[in-house]
Design a protein around this ligand. Structure first.
Ligand code: SF4
Ligand code: SF4
Length: 163
């Protein structure tokens, strides 16, 4: 089964308006932004002891669930305060939009041989739609759910950071 492959470091250098999304529910949807936010909180976040992002949020939109930051799209007002408070640059300002986007990995909409629109429109090879076996170099490879593979520098593993 093919999966969406994301090379996160390359992905950070893709212009935000460069990747298109074919999610059907609303035309402004930018599903890739939601994936970037999820990857950032899973792998780039350093799990600060005092969680300045959570404490800085004026609306209480951020919380920790088993050490992982979650943002409530309903409560968040996209003020970017958490982005300024984070000492590690984990929360890029474009990752906390007011308008909610979703990614369904184009499940059910792709015909044989097709690729998700984000993969087709990504200009620097950060995204792929591949069989997992095609990845020869397993360095920094992680899976998210059943349909996403990401290559990302994992701060927690590398520096022994506990959740
Ligand atoms: S952008 Fe959202 S999550 Fe971040 S501080 Fe503002 S309201 Fe809270
Ligand atoms: S401030 Fe940044 S690095 Fe620290 S817990 Fe929040 S998102 Fe993670």
């Amino acid at each position: 089964m093919k999966k969406l492959f994301i090379d996160y470091d390359r992905f950070l250098n893709v212009p935000d308006d460069g990747i298109r999304c074919s999610y059907k529910m609303h035309p402004e949807n930018n599903g890739i932004i939601s994936l970037r936010e999820e990857i950032a909180f899973l792998f780039a976040c350093r799990r600060c002891e005092d969680y300045p992002c959570v404490n800085s949020c004026p609306t209480g939109a951020l919380k920790r669930e088993e050490g992982i930051i979650k943002r409530s799209n309903v409560i968040c007002i996209s003020c970017k305060t958490c982005s300024l408070a984070c000492p590690f640059g984990t929360i890029l300002q474009e990752l906390i939009p007011r308008i909610v986007s979703r990614c369904d990995v184009c499940i059910g909409r792709l015909k044989e041989g097709e690729q998700p629109l984000c993969v087709k429109t990504c200009t620097n090879g950060a995204l792929g739609y591949i069989e997992e076996e095609e990845i020869k170099d397993r360095t920094d490879i992680y899976t998210i759910g059943d349909h996403i593979i990401v290559r990302v520098f994992n701060w927690l593993h590398t520096y022994g950071i506990k959740k």
